[in-house]
Design a protein around this ligand. Sequence first.
Ligand SMILES: O=c1ccn([C@@H]2O[C@H](COP(=O)(O)O)[C@@H](O)[C@H]2O)c(=O)[nH]1
Length: 289
Amino acid sequence: MIIDRLFNEVEKNGNVCVGLDTHLDYIPVNLKEKYQDIDEVLFKFNKEIIDKTCDLVPVYKLQIAYYEAYGIKGLLGYKKTIEYLRSIKKITIGDIKRGDISSTAQMYAKAHFEGEFEVDFITLNPYLGFDTLTPFLKYIESGEKGVFVLLRTSNPGAKDIQYLKVSPKDEYLYYIIGDRLNEIGAKYRGSCCYSSIGAVVGGTHVEEAKEIRNRYKNMFFLIPGYGHQGATGKDVSLYLNNGNGGVINSSRGIITAYKNYEDGGQRFADYARKAVLDMREDIQSERGV
Ligand SMILES: O=c1ccn([C@@H]2O[C@H](COP(=O)(O)O)[C@@H](O)[C@H]2O)c(=O)[nH]1
């Protein structure tokens, strides 16, 4: 199952998920000058970062907005990147945050679990209701695909809706979501004991971390918020379980790390590697590894 593959990759390579949120402003001028087409610029930048980090990380996440924003050529850059990652057997997360009525969700599933934009995991937004997840289940059942559903996000506005107290137990709304996902996900657990239905849990809020980790023992977490949004190794470690059970995303903190160095433009991929190594150490030091 895909979740067992991810679990094993984490055992081998640690928890860092490199976020390829590739804005053209993040790409050094010297690289942009070499290629005419946007898809090539995006892909070449991503490829250099992937080649320099793939022995250190279990998974890559591409936030699709960064590619959609550049139109057809941008999406071609997305396609080339995920194809490359899959060709070197790295696990891919398409951060697409979709969620719609089931007839439309069926087409989202086809779009991102088959064909030109095929990835291993996608992110979903459950706020239209749990029936919106149904079209994805046949892919999850095949063992080849998984999803991360938004549970409690990393942004300050998470408090606006996700923290509303809801009857009958007067608990935060995100627990209602989590409990139901846990039930649905029980059918799709791998031998690692985690389900291929995982959750997105922002690492920036720590007060409820222990409760969330304990309550959802069989749920694998995608944890954004490290670095640029302020979460530290200590914060994100609260969402792990013996060093596994989650991957921690950093996008700007890794792909723009080169901007802190004078020779960064020439060596952006080396500095991305350094940022991954520093992040791994920061997380592992919390476990005393
Ligand atoms: O709660 C959430 C869910 C998703 N994200 C995504 O993660 C990355 C974070 O980027 P950084 O540059 O490391 O801040 C980005 O793709 C978001 O869309 C999130 O931040 N929080």
